[in-house]
Design a protein around this ligand. Structure first.
Ligand code: ZN
Length: 153
């Protein structure tokens, strides 16, 4: 009995340690997307102290980018809808992202089914404690394909 509870305590300590390591290394935004116009996550956390934050987007569907294109765009939650609207105007040649726009923190190109893409941006572009959104700026998607990005120091 004593040894069983000791074992449990050791396991709990190991799990806590693993969680601590994962939190310290929050420099990656991993998202899957599909033909149902969905990301696999609705909330993510990254750290502003990361020298570089990597966005990894995977599209597990079959539809081409012209019909069911997805990207990931990051902007502060008070301006993200304006970025999405201006992204539609920017058009497919610009991956539906307004170019040279200070509101855009980071973004990936548009991909279609079976593809994946990565992009990076410096963590210094984020402010800890400010609310951000990640979303797909493909026309008609941003109202549904979105989630909250929490930024820690
Ligand atoms: Zn999309």
């Amino acid at each position: 009995m004593a040894s069983a509870s000791l074992h449990r305590a050791a396991l709990a300590a190991a799990l806590l340690l693993a969680a601590g390591v994962a939190q310290a290394d929050n420099c990656t935004i991993d998202l899957d997307s599909d033909d149902a116009m969905k990301f696999d996550k609705t909330a993510l956390t990254v750290s502003a102290s990361c020298p570089e934050i990597t966005i990894n987007l995977r599209h597990t569907g079959r539809l081409p980018a012209t019909a069911m294109g997805h990207n990931v765009v990051i902007a502060a939650s008070d301006v993200w809808q304006g970025v999405a609207q201006d992204g539609v105007k920017a058009g497919p040649a610009n991956h539906y992202v307004p170019q040279d726009d200070a509101r855009v923190v980071g973004y990936t190109q548009i991909i279609g089914g079976g593809e994946q893409i990565s992009a990076t941006f410096p963590g210094s572009r984020l402010t800890a404690g400010t609310a951000y959104m990640f979303f797909c700026s493909f026309p008609g998607h941003w109202a549904i394909m979105k989630g909250e990005l929490t930024v820690t120091p």
